[in-house]
Unconditional design. Structure first.
Length: 260
């Protein structure tokens, strides 16, 4: 019971607190809500699950690197499909080097902070409360809601989702469940939340770098949303699901291999 209460408290902090601030009719409170939204998962996870739990053995840095490589491939392939189909294009504004560096640095920082909360404390709380399968599923739903609250409030954090048709939002929720499962497998394989951080940051930094240096517009035609090269796009979700299948097969093969 105590574990479920802690997880419920985590959900209230990461959803209700920033959502309540952003819902106020005050631009300053809305900006504060955005900041709280970014920081609250990490802070709540650390406080409610101090130290992010015990780690079994050292960090497996090879698996951390593999996590980044896998999600980089997913984003790269999804972007290539979007460009070939005309769903994305290079019609936006190219940033100056200082602006681009700031944008990329902020993306890297927020991605790592996000996973410190979700793959660190949040995952540990969910597993203690509900077990592996149900815990990751519920965490994925909460993670999707964390994105959708500012989307519905239209505070400008996720402009593509704010302008999205309802079906794209449905696909986004499904993609969040798949992606959270994938990131959780990165944690399990690497022995650290850093596996999820690498997996989350790599595609975000890739897309941000393209936007900053080449004027990439990731959703050039609203009707082409199935090819959106991020969660919310059908191609991205399918590739993420394929990556989950690959890791399951890879893990099964390693267990079946005879000991030398």
């Amino acid at each position: 019971m105590a574990a479920k209460v802690k997880f419920l408290l985590f959900c209230l902090i990461v959803l209700a607190l920033p959502g309540g601030l952003m819902a106020l009719d005050d631009p300053r409170m809305a900006d504060l809500g955005k900041l709280v939204m970014i920081l609250s998962p990490a802070l709540a996870g650390l406080v409610l699950n101090w130290g992010l739990g015990k780690r079994d053995g050292p960090i497996r840095w090879r698996e951390v690197g593999l996590a980044g490589l896998i999600t980089l491939s997913i984003a790269g392939l999804a972007l290539a499909v979007a460009l070939l189909a005309g769903a994305a294009g290079f019609s936006g504004q190219v940033r100056t080097m200082p602006d681009a560096a700031t944008l990329i640095g902020a993306t890297l920082l927020t991605s790592v902070l996000e996973e410190l909360g979700w793959a660190g404390g949040g995952l540990a709380l969910a597993l203690k409360a509900f077990g592996r399968r149900i815990g990751v599923l519920i965490l994925g739903l909460v993670w999707a809601a964390w994105h959708l609250i500012p989307t519905f409030l239209k505070v400008g954090l996720f402009p593509d989702l704010e302008a999205a048709p309802p079906l794209m939002l449905v696909v986004f929720v499904i993609a969040c469940l798949i992606y959270r499962e994938l990131l959780t497998r990165f944690v399990e394989r690497s022995g650290s939340w850093l596996g999820a951080a690498a997996g989350h940051a790599a595609p975000n930094v890739l897309l941000t770098a393209f936007v900053a240096f080449s004027g990439l517009v990731v959703l050039q035609k609203p009707e082409a949303w199935p090819l959106f090269p991020a969660p919310g796009g059908v191609v991205f979700a399918a590739l993420a699901l394929a990556a989950v299948w690959f890791l399951i097969r890879r893990n099964g093969a390693s267990r079946a291999a005879p000991a030398e």
